[in-house]
Write a protein that binds this ligand. Structure first.
Ligand code: H2U
Ligand code: ZN
Length: 348
């Protein structure tokens, strides 16, 4: 498969153009010096550190594990603003369509340690993050149609603060990505009488060439249809699991373990603090969706060749469709070859 071809994304229903012959340009293997910024365990100027005042004026408690607070600059507001949105429907909703929305936005501090990232936290502390994701998705899921848990990491992804943290945006609507995946998974179950991402996880585990790492309950692959060079799809391997709340205690621990292993490999790939956006997709509360939805996490990292050379989604990608040079198989091979011991935790 080193000729140009397209691959179909079963989950989103979109195609990606793969041009592996372009990647035959010799790989420089260039490793930039890791951004040498040493961070203190507590930064008096950080609005996420324990005990500090936030931009909104409130003070964080002296938290010791994870800490969740309502985003002081929330993109979604809790009160429906129906009248205001109607005012936007200037032509009766034919061309200038709009929809009033409401929701809630929260910030999750993963740890009080300003100098850590998920990749360098102990498995027990990552398990604490998993438990927080579960508790938040459960409570917000009771009153919102969609709960989007995500982490933006690194300045390259527009993250405003290196303190380890993620976000949750819960809304009364299912956003575009969720709708595409809902339709594709539903169609698969209706035509195959099975669960799309469980079939897919088991197929990838049996083939192995796109697998980065797997354990008793989970498998992480550079998916067949990956768009970002080192994109990862993390899926349950053994059974149909619709939501985070459906995970057993063992599956929560093996999830923390695989997260640590994957994120250490990411940092080791270019010996840097690897930027990415990641997030969870799970069954919404709509009737029937638990039947076809399989819980999974996407990792979308922008880096292409080194700590400083990233892939831009421009030109053909904006106007035509996504394109990649190195194959998903090649990317998986590179990630498999990385140690899962973080480079900063290796004794000199
Ligand atoms: P990033 O994950 O993109 O860095 O965003 C951090 C969030 O933290 C951002 O959504 C919120 C911002 O609104 N925030 C607060 O809620 N309070 C603050 O004091 C600063 C940042
Ligand atoms: Zn901090």
């Amino acid at each position: 498969m080193d000729h140009p071809h397209r691959r179909f994304n079963r989950l989103s229903g979109e195609w990606v153009l793969v041009s592996p012959h372009r990647a035959e340009r010799p790989w420089q293997g260039k490793v930039e010096a890791a951004a040498g910024e040493e961070r203190p365990p507590h930064d008096a100027a950080c609005y996420l550190c324990a005990g500090n005042e936030r931009a909104g004026g409130q003070r964080n408690p002296p938290y010791t594990g994870t800490y969740v607070f309502a985003n002081d600059f929330a993109a979604l507001l809790p009160t429906p603003q129906i009248a205001a949105a109607r005012g936007l429907d200037a032509d009766g909703g034919h061309l200038l369509a709009s929809q009033a929305v409401h929701g809630e936005c929260r910030v999750i501090c993963f740890s009080p340690r300003h100098d850590l990232t998920l990749a360098r936290m102990p498995v027990g502390a990552i398990r604490g993050v998993v438990d927080t994701w579960i508790a938040e998705s459960r409570s917000l899921g009771e009153r919102h149609a969609w709960v989007q848990i995500f982490e933006n990491k690194g300045a390259a992804m527009g993250c405003s603060n290196p303190h380890p943290h993620g976000q949750i945006w819960a809304s009364d609507f299912i956003p575009n990505e969720g709708l595409k995946e809902d339709a594709a998974q539903r169609r698969w179950t209706e035509t195959h009488d099975s669960v799309l991402l469980l079939d897919y996880a088991q197929l990838e585990a049996s083939r192995g060439d796109r697998v980065v790492f797997g354990n008793a309950d989970w498998v992480a692959v550079v998916p067949w249809w990956a768009v970002w060079p080192y994109e990862i799809l993390l899926m349950p391997l053994r059974r149909h699991i619709a939501t985070l709340a459906d995970l057993t205690a063992d599956e929560r621990t093996t999830l923390a373990e695989i997260l640590k292993s994957l994120l250490a490999r990411y940092d080791n790939l270019f010996a840097c603090d690897f930027p990415y956006s990641m997030g969870w997709h799970a069954a919404p509360a709509t009737a029937g969706s638990q039947g076809w939805w399989q819980l999974h996490a996407h990792f979308y990292p922008p880096l292409l060749r080194s700590a400083t050379i990233k892939k831009f989604m421009v030109g053909y990608e904006m106007l035509g469709e996504s394109q990649r040079d190195i194959t998903p198989e090649h990317a998986a091979e590179r990630l498999r070859a990385c140690s899962d011991i973080h480079h900063l935790d290796v004794a000199p």
